[in-house]
Design a protein around this ligand. Sequence first.
Ligand code: HEC
Ligand code: HEC
Length: 152
Amino acid sequence: MKHKFLLLIFALLVTPVFSAKMGMPSDALKSFETECGSCHMAYPPGLLGQKNWQSIMSGLNKHFGTDASIDAKTHTEISQWLVRNAATRQKYSAIAPDNQITKSAWFIHEHDEVRADIWKRVGVKSPGNCQACHSDAATGGFSENNIRIPAK
Ligand code: HEC
Ligand code: HEC
């Protein structure tokens, strides 16, 4: 009994505080996963703050060089869900330049040990391709234990 209790305390201590919030919310929206997960992974909303999501949603017709427009009803549904689940802690909700998770201060800090040439490997393609290295990216775990950097 006492043993189990200690294990529980230990588990709570080693679990990164932010991981739960960074993960895909339990009420993950179907339309978000289909509409926003076709060209790249469906980024969990906790990776950016409200302002960035609003800005992304208001410029879908000119989305990083592509047209990612969606119908009005789906647009409202996804926008509201993103804002509701956006990052709240200062570190993750601070404005990210160009609405890019990969340009946010926390992202750059967490990845400062990844050498420039690694980002360009065929198996990585771009820093926004989270799942190339984070095998638990789809669920938004981003645990240090689930990182495998492609050799090429
Ligand atoms: C037609 C393809 C397409 C669709 C659909 C699409 N995107 Fe993107 N998205 C892109 C491209 C291309 C980039 C730039 C990728 C890169 O540079 O690695 C991008 C980048 C992003 C980024 C920044 C990633 C980074 O580098 O930090 C976010 C956030 C994002 N998209 C959110 C969304 C959301 C939300 C939706 C749904 C409303 C969506 N995308 C739908 C093509 C698409
Ligand atoms: C080239 C491989 C690679 C790509 C692509 C990548 N990461 Fe990482 N990520 C790493 C490495 C390496 C670390 C550092 C782990 C450590 O500190 O030991 C890391 C750390 C992290 C951490 C901190 C984990 C922790 O527990 O300290 C988060 C959160 C994270 N990445 C999120 C992302 C997100 C979100 C994306 C996509 C937008 C992404 N990463 C893309 C390799 C990658």
